[in-house]
Write a protein that binds this ligand. Structure first.
Ligand code: NAD
Length: 476
């Protein structure tokens, strides 16, 4: 529950923005132009369901059109409202700018609990919502390109893409109207895991910098780090899975809607996720200690806290009691502006949302490019790359036998070296590069300016600087 003294989500984003622009020297009026949300469209539409007409309320907000198309997810949740979509749209502007995805910021939402509807009902609702947005160019390959967010996924994106294609039968680029589609409907390998994968790459990059690790009062690598995750959905599940299975971190607690589960020995993420899928929550999970008020585990003693559920979960009510020295904001806006201040004073390092969860939009960017180029990444060069590598291997092995001392390369090395990159490997490589470069741009500001003491302000300075340059280049 959010404290009454707490600003709204949008106010919170604006407060953080204001803190950063106070340190910048922007042209008069430009600050206001960048901060404000350009437009928010509210639509109410009816769908005949279960013998009656049900009316739904949806939003699509466009924060900044300094680059087009604008981009941002569509969320299905009962918490959706204008304030929330506007805050999320603003974050999209800053996020795209920070990771150099060439989009303006947008966000959408439908006020609905998707768990209350059957699949065929959700399809009708989604198609109708898509129709309402598409007829106003709020879904469009060159104007506005949605993606999944809380409560939506590949299935909804496939319905949206199909609905758009039905309305635009001669548009050869119709598939680029939305990203996060299934692979067989114009999607890209690695999109489902992308945001969680990006969280992993962000942490890997953080742990490459001993100075930064020390700022959080930590040491060493990700190996053995004790992690708490809130929300084991798309983002939280993938982040937790990769960090435990590939980096040797230990997820000691998971917080879900119905409570939290804590096990100091480390939780088996795939097993827990399968349990949640079957039983609807963490209650009853055979290992660990269950508590009904799961948010208490946000305050658990751990090395890394990953809020990956929704906004405002770390707020004025609990910030004082948060023990994690490092928080990575996998969700959008999980730390309110007030909590941010308290945590900064305590010396907690926060890797901010606009960077931490940018993996989703980064791979969405790759998907959009794939749709517009109408070809899978790697299709032209993969085998050519393999045959060039084969030439080197043949030459080396030939050389050894001509010198009378026949030897061959280690089969495992050969197999790895000879294999050309497929789409998934290229996507991961592009994402890893994006996360590293963006982190370095933030940390440069963080370390080089005395007036910048946290990564969030650094992130805002980098991204607002780029948005401002883009507006100025347009003559504004
Ligand atoms: P999701 O719907 O797949 O998962 C959300 C999870 O959080 C679910 O498991 C849900 O049960 C849980 N949850 C909901 N309320 C909770 C509560 N009060 N306490 C604990 N758990 C709760 O959504 P997602 O796509 O994983 O998105 C999560 C966050 O990440 C959101 O803030 C979203 O905006 C952000 N995000 C998502 C993407 C993406 O690609 N999906 C990209 C960038 C940012």
């Amino acid at each position: 529950m959010i404290n009454r003294k707490e600003p709204s989500f949008r106010e919170s984003v604006d407060l953080m923005f204001n803190r950063a622009v106070a340190l910048m020297d922007l042209a008069p009026g430009l600050e206001e132009k960048i901060r404000v949300c350009n437009a928010t469209y509210t639509v109410r539409f009816g769908v005949r369901l279960r013998g009656e007409v049900k009316t739904f309320t949806g939003y699509r907000s466009v924060h900044s059109e300094h680059m087009e198309p604008v981009k941002g997810g569509i969320r299905y949740s009962l918490g959706v409202n204008q304030d929330e979509v506007e805050a999320l749209a603003a974050l999209m502007t800053y996020k795209c700018s920070l990771v150099e995805a060439p989009f303006g910021g947008s966000k959408g939402g439908l006020c609905i609990d998707p768990r209350e509807y059957e699949e065929h009902e959700l399809e009708r609702i989604t198609r109708r919502f898509t129709y309402e947005l598409a007829k106003r160019d709020l879904i469009h390959p060159s104007q506005n390109v949605p993606a999944p967010d809380m409560g939506t996924g590949e299935r909804e994106m496939a319905w949206m893409a199909d609905q758009y294609a039905r309305m635009n039968t001669t548009d050869i680029n119709a598939k680029a109207c939305v990203t996060g589609k299934p692979l067989n409907a114009g999607g890209i390998a690695g999109r489902v895991e992308a945001t969680g994968r990006g969280v992993q790459y962000a942490l890997q990059e953080f742990f490459r910098h001993p100075e930064d690790i020390a700022k959080a009062g930590l040491s060493g690598t990700l190996e053995g780090k004790r992690v708490v995750v809130q929300g084991l959905g798309n983002v939280g599940y993938h982040a937790a899975k990769f960090l435990t299975q590939e980096d040797g971190a230990k997820v000691i607690a998971v917080i879900e809607r119905d409570g939290g589960i804590l096990d100091e020995n480390g939780l088996d993420i795939d097993d827990l996720q399968a349990w949640i899928a079957k039983h609807g929550g963490v209650d009853g999970y055979p290992s660990g200690k269950y508590i009904k008020d799961g948010s208490k585990y946000l305050e658990a003693d751990c090395d890394i806290l990953i809020p990956a559920a929704l906004e405002g979960t770390i707020n004025l009510d609990n910030a004082d009691r948060i023990q994690a020295p490092l928080i990575i904001e996998a969700a959008n806006g999980p730390v309110t502006a007030g909590a941010d201040e308290i945590l900064r004073k305590k010396g907690c390092v926060i890797i901010p949302d606009m960077y931490a969860n940018a993996g989703g939009v980064t791979v969405s960017y790759f998907e959009w490019v794939k749709n517009l180029s109408h070809i899978r990444f790697g299709r032209m060069q993969r085998r050519q790359e393999e045959s060039r590598h084969q030439l080197v291997v043949d030459q080396l092995e030939g050389l050894s036998s001509s010198m009378g001392d026949a030897w061959s390369l280690d089969p495992e090395f050969k197999e790895k070296y000879l294999r050309g990159a497929d789409e998934l490997q290229l996507v991961r490589s592009g994402l890893d590069d994006t996360m590293r470069v963006a982190y370095q741009s933030m940390r440069e500001v963080w370390h080089s300016r005395d007036d910048v003491t946290d990564l969030r302000t650094a992130a805002y300075l980098v991204s607002i600087g780029k948005v401002a340059a883009s507006y100025q280049a347009k003559g504004l």
